[in-house]
Design a protein around this ligand. Structure first.
Ligand code: ADP
Length: 268
């Protein structure tokens, strides 16, 4: 169901953005992918990144998850610096332990599921709650079963991922991310590797999460109808910069830039 308003409804009392990029720069060797990138995502907001391949969308998600090293600037999560902070004009790297603690509040689902193949579905889901959050196995198992119910896979708890379809594996990966009770969920082209007939179930699960939780979501997708339905805001990237942004109706129906029009006509 489309959001009725373009501002997120959230119970969060935080006055900080959920995510803030401040003067972010990311280079891979001599290649600068992101430069002077600034944007914020409000608590409970769902923001979709669109744009041509190579424009830096996945890199943005991977930086938030600290899977890539930030080469310049700062990222804040709920107002707290994630990997670096400014101390009197000096950019200082934070201790890894602190960064790791912050990332426990962030979940990410990848294009390629990334489940542990040697573990059952249930074991995949309870691994981090038990080993990272220190939950008891009994509690983690109870929550995992509820999550499996929610993603429509209650009967697959003891299966191994290799026995499941791509769509089922992706729903397990979503349950695994939710098991950490994240404040922020990053979704990186989560349906791109799926056969077309399996896409609907995965998007259905994500729609349900969007409608029933106030988790902040930052997503990259080529599913434009889905982006239109669940996003509060769409950001169009080109060459590592935000070319334009706005509510989905505005971006999809009345894009301001020729580049956005061209991109949309190539994917719609
Ligand atoms: P998008 O998600 O918009 O397709 P990416 O963030 O995946 O874009 O990539 C942006 C640019 O960064 C591309 O030119 C890509 O080749 C480059 N890039 C991404 N990851 C790496 C890496 N690990 N090493 C070198 N270049 C990379």
């Amino acid at each position: 169901m489309p959001p009725t308003e373009n501002t997120p409804t959230t119970a969060s009392a935080s006055s900080h953005p959920a995510i803030e990029f401040k003067d972010v720069e990311k280079s891979f060797g001599p290649t600068t992918v992101l430069k002077d990138l600034n944007f914020t995502v409000a608590p409970g907001e769902r923001v979709t990144l669109i744009g041509p391949s190579g424009s830096g969308k996945t890199t943005i998600l991977r930086l938030v998850m600290t899977l890539e090293e930030l080469t310049g600037g700062y990222i804040f999560v709920d107002g707290q610096p994630l990997t670096h902070e400014d101390r009197g004009g000096k950019r200082v790297e934070l201790p890894k332990k602190r960064t790791r603690e912050m990332t426990t509040r962030i979940g990410m689902v990848f294009q390629q599921f990334n489940l542990f193949p040697n573990m059952t579905v249930l074991e995949n889901i309870i691994e981090a709650p038990v080993h990272v959050l220190g939950k008891s196995k009994v509690e983690a198992t109870k929550e995992a079963k509820e999550l499996l119910e929610r993603v429509g896979l209650a009967d697959k708890a003891d299966a191994h991922p290799t026995r499941l379809s791509g769509g089922q594996q992706q729903r397990v990966a979503i349950a695994r991310a939710l098991a950490m009770n994240p404040e922020i969920l990053l979704l990186d082209e989560v349906t791109s590797a799926l056969d077309p007939e399996l896409v609907g179930d995965v998007l259905g699960v994500l729609r349900d999460i969007a409608e029933t939780t106030d988790i902040t979501m930052l997503l990259v997708t080529h599913e434009m109808q889905f982006a239109r339905d669940v996003s509060h805001r769409v950001m169009m990237f080109d060459g590592g910069q935000v070319l334009e942004e706005g509510p989905p109706d505005q971006i999809f129906n009345n894009p301001q830039h020729e580049r956005t029009r061209k991109f949309l006509s190539s994917v719609l």
